[in-house]
Design a protein around this ligand. Structure first.
Ligand code: FDA
Length: 310
């Protein structure tokens, strides 16, 4: 990544946490181009997209957008929304589960209340035979998120897991421990702004670590979601699995809603399990900005579509 791209990405990620920019954008509505990455503002819109994806052989993980709530009342509303969503997934027989962010359940306010809320969601999912993924947020929450997953696992909930980010130096150690504990993991590159002190600064290093972590997971036999749009990594995973005789039931590919759709469909046709991460809701701003930061060309794309609309 050249210096210009790095500075641009860092500036955008700074904007993701800016409350004024967020309030302005969310008031302005989805017209800013968020619809390319967000399935809609309501659960009904998201369920319709989930069904459409299921129709093309792609499973889903639905995400009620929202993070960093500022009160336990808001956290309780997240819990209610997720339970309603799980029930709708079961009723509508959607091939999918849910992803949630611990700070949306009050992790920054009260860790035990957060655990209580997530536990209710995981318990309801378990009753319905569904899976809950705890997304990984910035490095302030890594230990606590892994702690939540461990506690729930000790309580007997096997229908939940979390995410490991290849850009963090600590991740290899986390992966080894979580393999030993049989925890279902999604491996990603990492989407937040992190200092060099704790994260690999170059894309080349992150990509190399991503392969190292995926290899550890595939060799361990514990179910793994490889979440990337990087065709080089996807191609490497396919040949590594073939070479080592790893069954297709041991892993899946995951990609984000609206990104590399033909590739998602092609992998599904080839017999791989493919899951699309489908976010919806009114609090789409930070998610949207992280997608722009991942690919500077997206900013141009959004700008062009805004100009065309005028
Ligand atoms: P990379 O950035 O190298 O991109 C490879 C290629 O994919 C690009 O050349 C481009 O063509 C395409 N591409 C990538 N991003 C794009 C975009 N936004 N728009 C258009 N094209 C794009 N992160 C995290 O920190 N915590 C989490 O819990 C999750 N969860 C998660 C779930 C799923 C299902 C996915 C796919 C990703 C995440 N991520 C995440 C995000 C992840 O960390 C990472 O930021 C993005 O996946 C982008 O990195 P790639 O692996 O795609 O590679």
């Amino acid at each position: 990544m050249d210096i210009g791209t790095r500075l641009f990405r860092s500036a955008l990620l700074g904007l993701a946490g800016n409350r004024a920019a967020r309030a302005f954008s969310e008031r302005y509505g989805m017209r800013l181009g968020a619809r390319r990455f967000v399935a809609g503002e309501t659960m009904e819109e998201a369920l319709a997209q989930a069904k459409r994806l299921n129709g093309t052989g792609i499973a889903v993980t639905l995400d009620v957008l929202g993070e960093s709530v500022s009160s336990l009342e808001e956290a309780k509303r997240s819990e209610t929304a997720y339970i309603r969503l799980l029930q709708a997934i079961a009723e509508e027989r959607i091939d999918g589960g849910v992803s949630l962010k611990p700070t949306q359940f009050g992790l920054a306010i009260d860790e035990s209340a957060c655990l209580g809320g997530i536990r209710s969601v995981v318990r309801e999912a378990s009753r319905l035979g569904l899976f809950v993924r705890l997304d990984m947020e910035d490095s302030r929450w890594t230990d606590a998120t892994i702690g939540l997953v461990r506690t729930l696992r000790e309580e007997g909930f096997a229908n939940q897991g979390t995410v490991i980010q290849a850009y963090l130096y600590r991740s290899e150690e986390d992966v080894r421990r979580l393999c030993a504990e049989n925890v279902n993991l999604r491996v990603v590159k990492g989407a937040y702004k992190e200092p060099r002190r704790i994260a690999f600064p170059s894309k080349k290093q992150v990509d190399a670590n991503m392969r190292r972590l995926i290899q550890l997971r595939l060799d361990s036999g514990v179910y793994t979601a490889v979440a990337t749009h990087d065709e080089a990594i996807i191609g490497w995973v396919k040949s590594y699995a073939r070479m080592r005789g790893i069954p297709l039931t041991a892993f899946e590919f995951q990609m984000l809603y609206g990104i590399r759709v033909p590739l998602q469909e092609k992998l599904a046709r080839q017999g791989y399990t493919v899951r699309s991460y489908v976010p919806f809701g009114r609090s789409w701003y930070p998610y949207f900005v992280r997608r722009l930061a991942e690919r500077p060309a997206n900013v141009l794309f959004i700008a062009k579509s805004l100009i065309k609309r005028k």
